[in-house]
Structures are given as structure tokens and as C-alpha cells.
Design a protein around this ligand. Structure first.
Ligand code: AP5
Ligand code: MG
Ligand code: ZN
Length: 214
């Protein structure tokens, strides 16, 4: 299964990706997570990406495309993958198309998670992520068992730097301008699956599974 998750900031892409990747035993490839890992490790890529991320802007296409190409060529992607947060611009989508073509494969489905703006802000601002393993929680909708502590690894939870309300608003604006056109792009290819992302986490997951079976 070769899948892509599309949707605005805070829509629930990462949350659903965790369950989907377990269900189908395919790797979850999140460009946002890769950048955050690079920032944590103090790499040059991390340094460059951070500047854009903290402002709520997209990292330039040339810093993203080769990174994803490399990742898709790795062994664990042979039987499928789930890309989350890429492509985010038309040039990125064209580059992915060319690369998949070269590899002789196609995307099976683009799962488009739809959520209204007010809900997005509340979700992103209330999100807390584990410093150690990156797991995401929500102070109201998906709280950890013990406040401020990761259920999975006991790590400390923190707020993402780009989850301040003004930055989230900027990210949504950037999404509408640069990423939303991809809905039409993939609709034309006939592979889009629209999902109501305002439902509970489990219900959203069940809708995705149902859509993939159909
Ligand atoms: P990235 O990390 O991809 O961020 P994003 O797309 O803005 O999406 P988020 O991770 O914020 O949201 P999500 O949809 O994963 O939601 P989640 O499941 O966590 O990118 C960050 C930055 O990196 C970008 O701004 C850009 O600078 C750069 N970047 C990355 N990729 C790039 C690219 N291809 N090109 C250029 N730049 C790139 O859920 C959110 C919260 O809601 C959580 O707290 C969760 O617990 C809760 N929640 C989830 N689902 C539900 C539900 N159904 N009900 C209630 N609460 C829920
Ligand atoms: Mg995410
Ligand atoms: Zn953790």
C-alpha cells in the first residue's frame, strides 16, 4: 500500500499515521518529523529548516525533495509507505510524480483529512509532544495518563515551537495558499479519499480503513 496523507496543520495526520502504519506494516515518513530530528541533532539541514519552521513558513522545495527521494529508495519502503506532510506544493507533487514514475510505482491513495479552522487552532495549540520519542498528545482531546509525561517512554512533554497561536494561524494561511491546490491535483488523478477529520480519533481511523477497503 502506497499512501499519502494530506490535510491542514493540526488535522490529525500524524495521529492517524501512527495507526495506519501499524495496521499495514508500512513506514510512516513525516517530513516535519525528519526536520525536527535534524534540528535536535544540530545538523546543517536542521539549522536551515528551523528558520522557516519557526515562522510557520514552508521549507524551500529544494531542501525537501531530495530528502524524500532518498527515503523512498530505502529497503523498508519496498512493500509500501505512508508519506505525511509531503508534497506540500505543486512543484513537490510534480517531483514526487517523476520519482515514482522512475521507480515504476504509483501512489494508491491520497487520504485528505478535512477539519475547520477553529478546530485546527485548538488542536495545534493544545498539542504536547514527547521530547524523547516524539509521541503527540492533546491536553484536552488525548491527554497522557500523567500530566506532562509520555505514556510510551516516560519522557517529558513540551509544546512545539510552531504551535503558538499566531504561528498556527500563519501555517494555516500557508496551507490554503500553497498546499490546498493539491486536493484538485490528486482529484484529477482519481486517487483522493476525503475524510471528515472532526470526528473522534478512533472514528476517523475507522473511516480511513473503510475508504481504503472500498
Ligand atoms: P509538520 O510537522 O508536517 O506539521 P503540519 O503539517 O503543520 O501538521 P501537524 O503536524 O501540525 O498536524 P497533524 O495533522 O500531524 O496533527 P496531529 O496528528 O499532530 O510540518 C511542520 C513544518 O515543517 C511546516 O510548517 C514546514 O515548515 C516544514 N515542512 C514539513 N514538511 C514540509 C514540506 N513537504 N515542504 C516544506 N516544508 C515542510 O494532531 C494535532 C493535535 O490534535 C494533537 O494534539 C492530537 O492529539 C489532536 N488530535 C488529532 N486528531 C484528533 C481528533 N480526531 N480529535 C481531537 N483531537 C485530535
Ligand atoms: Mg504532524
Ligand atoms: Zn515518549
Amino acid at each position: 500500500m502506497r499512501l499519502m496523507l494530506l490535510g491542514p496543520p493540526g488535522a490529525g495526520k500524524g495521529t492517524q499515521a501512527e495507526s495506519i502504519s501499524k495496521q499495514f506494516n508500512i513506514p510512516h515518513i513525516s517530513t516535519g518529523d525528519i526536520f525536527r530530528q535534524n534540528i535536535k541533532n544540530g545538523t546543517e539541514l536542521g539549522h536551515k529548516a528551523q528558520e522557516f519552521m519557526n515562522k510557520g513558513l514552508l521549507v524551500p522545495d529544494e531542501l525537501v525533495v531530495d530528502l524524500v527521494k532518498d527515503r523512498l529508495s530505502q529497503e523498508d519502503c519496498q512493500n509500501g509507505f505512508l508519506i505525511d506532510g509531503f508534497p506540500r506544493t505543486i512543484p513537490q507533487a510534480d517531483a514526487l510524480d517523476r520519482e515514482l514514475n522512475n521507480m515504476g510505482i504509483n501512489l494508491d491513495r491520497v487520504i485528505n483529512i478535512q477539519v475547520d479552522r477553529e478546530i485546527l487552532i485548538e488542536r495545534a495549540v493544545g498539542r504536547r509532544v514527547c521530547k524523547q520519542c516524539g509521541a503527540a498528545y492533546h491536553i484536552k482531546f488525548n491527554p497522557p495518563k500523567a500530566e506532562g509525561i509520555c505514556d510510551k517512554c516516560g519522557g517529558e512533554l513540551e509544546q512545539r515551537k510552531d504551535d503558538l497561536e499566531a504561528t498556527v494561524a500563519k501555517r494555516i494561511e500557508v496551507y490554503l495558499e500553497q498546499t490546498e491546490p493539491l486536493i484538485a491535483y490528486y482529484s484529477r488523478k482519481g486517487i483522493i479519499q476525503n475524510i471528515d477529520g472532526t470526528q473522534e480519533i478512533k472514528t476517523v481511523f475507522n473511516s480511513i480503513l473503510e475508504g481504503l477497503r472500498g
